[in-house]
Write a protein that binds this ligand. Structure first.
Ligand code: PHE
Length: 351
């Protein structure tokens, strides 16, 4: 074996033995550096005859290139190995979820509004909405509230503070206290026959176990030429039986008073309170469920509808109240606390 072959074997063995970049660099310096073995041999070329020099020079260049290539290959192999080792050490298992999968749910208010809307949609009622910021006219005057009516009082109604108009002025702005305001908008803008269902937020200054300053109502309004109290009773009885899923549910209509309906009634459903538990659809007790009545002729007039030609009925119910009854939710305030545990318990799955 020539000297060069032996040298190459030595260096190759050293390259392969180098286990990190620093060791490899040492090998490179000892072979190709200023004082390296190959470099030293280059220096001896001058002492050779021209022919030998040419041959030896070429051979040394080939050797130098081969060694460089070997070192480069080993270097990239070592770098790769180091990188892989580091990646393995710093590895984060992204396939592990940070928390157990969270599942959204439908709030009982939304669920209840959907259920009620579905039932009335089957009877031909069309879903409508109206503004939450209203004026005295739509909330009171048009609905036949007399000027000094207590509901106009500051204690119940949130008036907007940014205008100087006084309570009782039709333009005075307020947060609507009931969805009956939308009756006015609808009658002013649509020609009868009218059949609308209006879910929405309403606001009253009140806060305890059974009152929150914001809650939800659903208003119904039906206007036609020959509408009478029998239609009201039929629609609302059918609604309660379907909503509470009780075929033979007994109901009763008690005389009541609302300025905007005449006659006015409150509707009760049959229930049982014995044993401290409330059961709907059995027993001999009654539970108030909604307010209703025949639209007052003054209201029709105020909204541009001729009471000689048209009449109709209206009703309003509290969404939270019926949701509490149907789903056994004891405290009204919990509806608006956004407690995820409450939502998990009372919410409805998304399908
Ligand atoms: N607006 C009434 C309330 O808030 C409910 C109602 C609506 C009564 C329609 C009769 C007719 O109490």
């Amino acid at each position: 074996m020539s000297n060069l072959d032996a040298l190459k074997q030595d260096i190759t063995a050293a390259v392969q033995a180098a286990n990190d970049i620093a060791a490899l660099e040492d090998v490179r310096v000892s072979a190709l550096g200023k004082k390296g073995k190959v470099t030293e041999m280059m220096k001896t070329l001058g002492k050779l005859s021209p022919d030998e020099r040419k041959e030896m020079g070429q051979a040394l260049n080939v050797l130098k290139n081969e060694i460089s290539a070997e070192i480069d290959a080993r270097a990239s192999m070592l770098k790769n190995a180091a990188l892989n080792e580091r990646l393995e050490q710093e590895r984060t298992d992204v396939t592990l979820s940070i928390r157990p999968a969270q599942k959204g749910s439908i709030h009982p208010i939304s669920q209840t509004i959907t259920e009620i809307s579905d039932i009335f949609a089957d009877m031909g009622f069309v879903l409508t909405e109206g503004p939450e910021i209203e004026d005295d006219f739509h909330n009171f005057t048009a609905l036949n509230f007399p000027p000094g009516h207590p509901a106009r009082d500051m204690h119940d109604t949130f008036y907007l503070p940014d205008d100087d108009r006084q309570t009782g002025d039709d333009a005075k702005r307020l947060l609507r206290t009931h969805t009956s305001t939308v009756q006015v908008h609808v009658m002013q803008n649509q020609k009868p026959p009218i059949r609308v269902l209006v879910p929405g937020r309403v606001f009253r200054s009140d806060y305890d176990m059974t009152h929150t300053p914001m809650f939800h109502q659903i208003e119904g309004l039906l206007i036609d030429k020959s509408t009478h109290m029998g239609h009201l009773k039929g629609c609302l009885t059918e609604f309660c039986r379907r909503f509470f899923e009780t075929e033979g549910l007994s109901v009763r209509f008690r005389p009541s008073f609302f300025p905007f309906t005449e006659p006015s009634a409150e509707m009760d459903i049959q229930c049982d309170r014995s044993g401290g538990e409330l059961k709907i659809g059995t027993g001999t007790d009654w539970l108030e469920i909604l307010g209703c009545g025949m639209v007052h002729p003054n209201v029709l007039k105020n909204c541009g509808i001729d009471p000689e030609e048209y009449q109709g009925f209206a009703f309003g119910l509290g969404v939270e109240r019926v949701a509490m009854l149907k789903y056994g939710i004891p405290d009204l305030r919990t509806f608006f606390e956004s407690d995820v545990r409450w939502l998990r318990h009372y919410g409805f799955g998304i399908v």
